[in-house]
Design a binder for this molecule. Structure first.
Ligand SMILES: [Zn+2]
Length: 516
């Protein structure tokens, strides 16, 4: 819905919105009442509690037992997971399947007895479809490459591209500027993709591509990070325009190492065909359900996960599992028939994999009520055994320790860590100063699975999924029911200082996520 997008973009003001399409320079005072700009840094009217004064009551403990019990014994988390991953399948942002998944999720919220359910669409400037890629080394040897198209890259002609490979060892703009024209012009650049698929990695990578483009590089190979020549899916586009500088492939880790060894002896020529087409703009759904609070209905805690997935598999872990946990938490909380003090919103975002697009659009569209956001909880790390929560900020002793000790220990969820990251949808709210937390799980097997063809249902642990849903439900309820807020909203300057300490500031500013 373009009108919503335009309104969102205008509202966002201080934090430029990647999905806005070439946002004009942000103006913090241009009708941006509640974003985390210096203009809106007034202290909140409602007090937050310190750890010493917060303790769940006996009644709240009993309610948490009922809630967790109804999820762990006879709950529906695995039913949601199966219907979504196996029933609907891959859910690429902008695809028909993703829209079908959103309609299914809205229906599931309604069937759980939640009245306030809405699909809040946002618009992306372009959609993309994957086609098989043919890629090979043609000299000094002839060898097929394990390659997939980088999403939203520029398609080649049917004849494809051919060129000598140059390895970019240092992808900083300063290092690229020092490279000679003969090293770059007409070449296919081979570049490391970084070890994780965080927004920071992606933005640093885009900065490198922007430096390579004017130097006459014709295409790009991104080296995989997973063993056994399994390239993972990922986008090569700038978030705000959904356009890329290059036709680009992701190739296997071992393939990339092989090319590098050949380069030590001389030139290496690669050819490839990638006709994956780009299409026009499309509406992408966010699904939002709300259980209204009994005393402070305008204040809200949000529990979210992204519903979109990459297209190589059914996205069972990333993020079918998080989506199933949110749906199950909503079902179980609604079934209690006892709404907490504040409202709880349950959100299933679109466009996370392309750059947190759905949560950024939502935070922008709801900027005027961001002072009412008491907490944002996010789940997006697969179904390893859950451990607790990772908070975006470091306090002395956070009330979340008290909450976790009292309510989550029996679920294995009482570990509280603090780390400021921007790898998933909590970031869209963290940047606006709202307190956020990500579900902590054992991620030892996650990186091998997510974004690959192996992200399928049999990797999902039924027990861990139910446990995670119970931890999410109990936490969301307890924060929503607490007598005062568990943490304050931070002002723009404080968030900026924290981003700097976490070494995220420059990357997020370069990508338009953060306005200094
Ligand atoms: Zn994810």
């Amino acid at each position: 819905m373009r009108t919503l997008l335009a309104w969102s973009c205008a509202l966002l003001g201080a934090v430029a919105m990647p999905a806005c399409g070439n946002p004009s320079p942000a103006t913090p005072d241009a009708g941006a009442p509640a974003v985390a700009s210096s203009a809106s840094a007034a202290p909140l009217a409602l007090p937050s509690v310190d750890a010493g004064s917060y303790a769940p009551t006996t009644a709240e403990v009993a309610l948490a037992q009922r809630l967790a019990g109804s999820i762990v014994v006879g709950g529906h988390a695995m039913d949601y997971e199966r219907e979504l991953a196996d029933g609907i399948g891959p859910r690429l942002t902008g695809s028909e399947a993703h829209r079908r998944a959103a309609a299914w999720a809205a229906d599931a919220f309604r069937k759980a007895g939640i009245e306030h359910v809405a699909i809040e669409p946002f618009t992306i400037p372009a959609t993309w479809e994957r086609r098989p890629v043919v890629a090979r080394i043609v000299a000094p040897v002839t060898e097929e490459l394990h390659a997939i198209a980088s999403a939203w890259g520029i398609p080649t002609s049917a004849e494809g591209l051919r060129g000598d490979v140059v390895k970019i060892n240092d992808a900083s703009p300063a290092a690229i500027a020092k490279m000679g024209d003969d090293q770059l012009r007409g070449k296919i650049a081979l570049i490391d993709r970084g070890t994780h698929d965080s927004v920071k990695d992606k933005l640093d990578y885009l900065v490198a591509l922007d430096a390579l483009k004017p130097r006459g590089v014709i295409a790009l190979l991104s080296a995989g990070t997973r063993e056994n020549d399994v390239p993972g899916a990922g986008s090569v586009a700038h978030e705000h325009t959904m356009t890329a500088s290059f036709s680009a492939l992701r190739i296997g880790k071992e393939d990339a190492a092989r090319i590098e060894r050949l380069l030590e002896k001389g030139s290496v020529t690669v050819s490839f065909v990638n006709e994956s087409p780009l299409h026009g703009p499309a509406e992408v759904p966010n699904v939002v359900a709300e259980i209204r609070g009994r005393e402070l209905p305008d204040e809200w805690v949000l529990l979210g996960a992204h519903l979109d997935s990459w297209d190589l598999a059914t996205g069972a872990q990333d993020n079918g599992s998080g989506s199933a946990e949110v749906l199950e938490a909503a079902r179980a909380i609604a079934a209690l028939g006892a709404p907490p003090r504040r409202s709880i919103r349950f959100a299933l975002w679109g466009g996370e994999e392309e750059g947190l697009l759905g949560s950024v659009a939502y935070a922008a569209a709801h900027a005027a009520e961001m002072d009412h956001a008491a907490y944002v909880l996010n789940t997006d790390h697969g179904t390893g055994a859950p451990k607790g929560w990772e908070l975006d900020r470091q306090g002395a002793v956070d009330p979340m320790h008290v909450l976790a000790g009292a309510l989550l220990a029996g679920l294995g969820g009482d570990q509280i860590e603090s780390k400021m990251t921007c790898s998933t949808d909590h970031c869209s709210f963290m940047l606006l100063g709202v307190p956020t937390a990500n579900l902590l799980v054992d991620e030892s097997k996650y990186d091998d699975i997510h974004h690959t063809p192996g992200d399928t249902l049999e990797k999902v642990s039924r027990a861990s999924l139910a446990q995670a849903a119970a931890i999410a439900a109990v936490t969301a309820y307890a924060i929503a029911d607490a007598p005062a807020r568990l943490a304050p909203r931070l002002d723009h300057a404080t968030v900026g200082a924290n981003l700097k300490k976490a070494e995220l500031l420059d990357s997020l500013a370069s990508g338009g996520y953060w306005k200094r």
